[in-house]
Design a protein around this ligand. Structure first.
Ligand code: UDP
Ligand code: MG
Length: 314
């Protein structure tokens, strides 16, 4: 018999306006569908009353639990902390702003009952994102898909995982994680559920353009080594170009027509210099990833846990 408990993991960063509403909407849905559940809010070092809201709810309802990080560790860390705290036979990860429709959770849960071990939420539309963001996301996922070999275009963090998958993800030793791609990578019986991205319930997006860009780079680095190979290819191509140019220059010199090209020299210097710097940058990104993995620091630090708070109170 599978443990029927569904753990709902909700990373939350400065979401004080959303907590109560999201908890209520999700709970109503679970009650209607008669699914046993627990709600785990992971406050990712929020500067507002996010954790206080969760703690209030947790006091009244033992099915609600809140964790608070000591600082902002990022959504990935919050997801993994939530999964580590989950006690259910399966766990679903959803955003705190109700952009992931709670009724889809019911659909996912039914598929899990049928025997699927991973149920991927796939976006029908990207909601009301600005054109720039959509363009950026599109480009980013094109690159990621090409690099990882998975179709990541409409993938999201909204997915349900069986206990076995959760345990395997938690056992992976790496600290720099990319939840979306990792759940592809582990395999298992997978199916997809399509959903429409809803409008954000309250508040604004927690990602700046810059943080999204950093997230993109870090995810590519932690999931693919193809950029490193690209550096070598770049070197080979530039060597060939150099050879051809060199031969041409020699022939001209032999014919008594030495290149007058000071401009050519400057252009070549800039081009090659740029190429070398990009290559160094790529290698640097990997070294910094290795450095961080080797340090072996924890992915996140939990400052408060509502379950522990209640123990202290008693
Ligand atoms: N989030 C987080 N840590 C962060 C940034 C975001 O836990 O550093 C959470 C956020 O509270 C939300 C989810 O990740 O529950 C998705 O964030 P958001 O809605 O801002 O992203 P968008 O939907 O705009 O891509
Ligand atoms: Mg959102």
């Amino acid at each position: 018999m599978k443990n029927p408990l569904l753990s709902i993991v909700i990373p939350a960063f400065n979401e004080e306006e959303n907590i109560c509403n999201t908890a209520r909407v999700v709970q109503e849905n679970m009650k209607k569908a008669q699914i046993p559940y627990e709600l785990i809010f992971v406050s990712d070092g929020s500067k507002d009353a996010t954790f206080a809201r969760v703690a209030e709810l947790a006091l009244e309802d033992p099915r609600i639990r809140g964790l608070e990080f000591s600082r902002n560790f990022g959504k990935e860390a919050a997801i993994f902390a939530g999964l580590a705290a989950a006690k259910g036979g399966c766990a679903v990860v959803m955003d705190c702003d109700l952009q992931h429709p709670p009724k889809t959770i019911t659909e996912m849960y039914r598929l899990w009952e049928e025997g699927y071990e991973i149920v991927e939420g796939v976006k029908n539309t990207r909601g009301s994102e600005s054109a720039i963001r959509r363009g950026f996301a599109h480009g980013f996922y094109k690159i990621i898909s090409a690099l990882t070999g998975f179709d990541m275009e409409n993938a999201s963090d909204f997915k349900l995982l069986d206990r076995r998958v959760v345990d395997i993800l938690l056992d992976l030793p790496e600290r720099r994680t990319f939840f979306r791609a990792m759940s592809f990578w582990v395999g298992f019986q997978t199916c997809q559920v399509r959903y429409d991205v809803a409008e954000r319930a309250y508040g604004t997006t927690k990602w700046s353009f810059f943080s999204l860009f950093r997230y993109g780079i870090s995810n590519i680095v932690s999931f693919s080594t193809k950029p490193l190979a690209a550096v070598s290819y770049m070197g080979v191509i530039s060597m060939f170009a150099g050879l051809i140019l060199g031969v041409q220059t020699l022939i001209r010199w032999a014919a008594g027509k030495a290149m007058e090209g000071f401009t050519t020299v400057i252009l070549l210097l800039l081009l090659i210099g740029g190429g070398i710097l990009i290559g160094l940058g790529v290698i640097g990104s990997y070294i910094s990833a290795i450095y961080q993995e080797v340090k072996g620091r924890p992915r996140y630090i939990i400052r408060q846990d509502t379950e522990k708070l209640q123990e202290y109170d008693q």
